[in-house]
Design a protein around this ligand. Structure first.
Ligand SMILES: Cc1cc2nc3c(=O)[nH]c(=O)nc-3n(C[C@H](O)[C@H](O)[C@H](O)COP(=O)(O)O)c2cc1C
Length: 185
């Protein structure tokens, strides 16, 4: 059985390094891992409990279905002001309901991130882990992928050209595959 992974980028930017990182993951995935990039974050309304009833907005349904139908989750986050972008937090907030039995509950996941700075999203990834603690999402611990100076690691077409990072992405996907199999048993 192939492992299906729902991949979410925290950046809405067309030339996003984080979305490019997910495209690299698609390219570098082991043969038995199928990664589907979810591209619907910009369509989500701001989280509003009044909209979060029996008939939630269609983009929310699409997000929850994408996560539910995948075996695992892969999130690439930029760092905005030492944390995760609001659009990504908003998506997590929608996906986190109902608490305790949401699509994020007990979902195996891996995270990674790219920034143009020297810290490579280390603070954003910690913030992301913190939110995913409450949702009881099983976030893989290693390897950590913090892409620093992202502008040097992708070519003009957004292809990941840094061999060290490419190797780490491969390792992360192999580890996610093992992690997901372990969580199933
Ligand atoms: C609002 C804003 C805040 C940012 N804050 C940080 C930050 O705290 N740390 C950091 O390393 N980079 C920060 N950056 C730079 C981002 O890392 C850089 O724009 C990166 O390319 C964004 O990811 P993307 O290419 O996937 O869109 C910030 C950028 C923006 C627009």
């Amino acid at each position: 059985m192939p492992l299906t992974v729902c991949a979410i980028s925290g950046s809405l930017r067309r030339a996003s390094f984080n979305t490019a990182l997910l495209r690299a993951a698609v390219e570098l995935a082991p043969a038995d891992v199928e990664i589907r990039i979810f591209d619907g974050l910009r369509d989500l309304p701001h989280y509003d409990a009044d909209l979060d009833g029996p008939n939630p907005p269609a983009p929310v349904v699409a997000l929850k279905d994408a996560i539910t139908s995948a075996d695992a989750l892969l999130i690439a986050t930029p760092e905005y002001n030492y944390s995760i972008p609001g659009a990504l937090k908003n998506a997590i907030d929608w996906a986190s309901r109902p608490a305790g039995k949401s699509p994020l509950n007990r979902k195996p996941a891996a995270i990674l991130g790219a920034s143009t700075g020297l810290m490579g999203t280390v603070r954003a990834q910690l913030a992301l882990r913190q939110s995913l603690l409450f949702t009881e999402t099983y976030v893989l611990m290693k390897p950590e992928i913090m892409v620093t100076r992202a502008a040097d690691k992708f070519d003009a077409d957004g292809r990941l050209i840094d061999e060290t990072t490419r190797g780490l992405v491969r390792q992360l996907l192999e580890a996610l595959s093992t992690w997901t199999a372990r969580m199933r048993t």
